[in-house]
Design a protein around this ligand. Structure first.
Ligand SMILES: [Cu+2]
Length: 79
């Protein structure tokens, strides 16, 4: 997410999210986040879905993500 002329804009990070060695990189609402697009089935509150993260210089990692309802206004751009 970036702010341009006071407007929040969201888009993919060109070239991917930089992960400097030895540094923590946070994903959070309103900041860098993973966006699930073109879902093939609806997500149900409380269920767990696998997310596979791909890296340029490391093997892919699959994590289990918990589906949670977003509080209205909590994120600012997803509603
Ligand atoms: Cu987003």
């Amino acid at each position: 997410m970036t702010t341009e002329g006071g407007m929040m804009k969201m888009g993919p990070i060109e070239g991917g999210l930089p992960l400097p060695a030895g540094q923590a990189v946070a994903l959070a609402p309103g900041g860098n986040h993973i966006m699930l697009m073109e879902l093939t089935q609806p997500l149900t509150d409380g269920e767990t879905v696998p997310l596979t993260l791909s890296f340029a210089a490391a093997p892919a990692v699959t994590v289990q993500a918990q589906v949670r309802r977003v509080t209205p206004g909590g994120d600012g751009h997803h509603g």
